[in-house]
Design a protein around this ligand. Sequence first.
Ligand SMILES: Cc1cc2nc3c(=O)[nH]c(=O)nc-3n(C[C@H](O)[C@H](O)[C@H](O)COP(=O)(O)OP(=O)(O)OC[C@H]3O[C@@H](n4cnc5c(N)ncnc54)[C@H](O)[C@@H]3O)c2cc1C
Length: 520
Amino acid sequence: MDKEDKKFDVIVVGSGIAGLYSALRLKKYGINVVVITKDKVDETNTNLAQGGMAVALGKDDSTELHLKDTIESGAGISDEEIVRILVSEAKNRVEEFIRFVGVQFERKNEEFDFALEGGHSLPRILHIRDKTGEYIQKSLVEKAMRENIRIIENAFLLKIVTEESHVIGAEVMLNGEHIKMSADNIILATGGSGQLYKITTNAQTATGDGIAIAYRAGAVVSNLEFVQFHPTATILPDGKVRLITEAIRGAGAKIINDRRERFVCKYDERCELATRDIISRAIYFEMQKKNTRIYLDLRDVPEEKIKKEFEGFYETMTRYRKDITKEPIEIVPAAHYMNGGIRVNEFGQSNLEGLYAIGEASCTGVHGANRLASNSLLEAVVFSSRAVEAIVNGAKWKGLRLEKKDLVNPPIDLGKHLEDVKIIRDVNELKEVMWNNVGIVREGKTLSEAILRIKKTRDKINQQKKIFDKKQLEFVNMLDLSELIATAALVREESRGCHYRKDFPSENEKWKVTINFVLQ
Ligand SMILES: Cc1cc2nc3c(=O)[nH]c(=O)nc-3n(C[C@H](O)[C@H](O)[C@H](O)COP(=O)(O)OP(=O)(O)OC[C@H]3O[C@@H](n4cnc5c(N)ncnc54)[C@H](O)[C@@H]3O)c2cc1C
């Protein structure tokens, strides 16, 4: 890369739906854009999405109903104004996405074939069998190739460079070398952070880098305590974790324990179609009883339907010699989605001028305390379009304004001291700590211990002053984000959405606020 090669109008970081769709729209308007991505172009959560994209297009559906379901799932923390933008722009934005990218969602007699997922009042999920993400990723990459979008693989974002809270560029590691790129705008589309946990459905790349890097640059990060666990993942014989889409429960699959009892209805009258947080906790509590194992039983779902609509799952399990039409499959909950992230306004703009965040790395306010299934691909489409329009129109930077009632850097009392705890040796130990102390069910004592251990580890790394490789850089980002998640979880002394505190098991009106952090 020579000097001229390193100047762009916009640097997009990430090659999932948020990054590639933003880049494609920018290119359409003649903007000089580059996409950097730390791995191969398709090593993304987008590629793994199964269920689909929620949009109120059906004849019995309405934006009001989609709004109601989203707000209900968000458990009092969603920003209603932003949710209204999402659902009311969804139809046009999604139709444009389909036309522009060429994704063919499944149809039945000319109409879209809507799937049903937990928390939705009626079927409204556009999908392509259970391989929606794979088709979306492939279509985006092909379109990006046709449009000659410059995509640089194995380019790791190290740092956002600012001057007086204004973005001027980025530092990137490319082939082991640190390089500087300049641009007045950066779109962070770096995805989520499931890899912070021992069991996750997420891609290897989902280590939360963008959130940690933006925080270190001075961006506000919010709602990080709300980590969504998916109730139905299965650990394959080779140790890989595979998500089982909840559309399969929409089609009639049941969750049972090893005594073949259905137990989720004891926790919620919607049974297997309750929201993910409720089912994950139901499974967690059931598993605590004498080490009970939990299974997904598909025997009520017609065999033909399984083979056609859940082709991906059927194929995978057949490869491991399991006939899902006949035998229940053992399941575990797994870290799945980061509801919080870099706090942005209705145009994806953060508090740092020129810094945008889109997709799972962002916190628009849509998901609140718990994302409604299949709202994230939609969110990426709607808000990348809005961010691109803001950049193209060159309107005055609106930026982010926090509301008075929002908490910023709330104080915490950790009780113990650094000397009382052990450091975390490596990434696997960090994942264990996050799983055990900052997981599906949390409490003050173990959250404090996790925070102290992370702080102590961070102090040790700071002293080492080593030149980091990619894995070490990720580890540092994971430590920073883990500390923020655990701190937010410790601050929130209640249970709401996907944040559950054993020591504060009820929802508390006083906590109907967002918890924000900004480096000072
Ligand atoms: C198994 C699974 C199933 C899902 N199913 C659905 C579904 O049916 N419907 C739905 O709406 N949502 C679903 N989701 C969630 C949804 O897929 C994601 O939220 C969405 O795809 C995120 O898109 P993104 O573009 O923000 O991030 P990603 O697609 O994860 O892309 C992130 C990109 O950032 C890059 N990156 C990260 N850090 C750096 C760095 N330091 N430097 C450079 N590049 C970096 C990565 O390499 C990657 O290219 C699912 C998620 C999973 C894991």
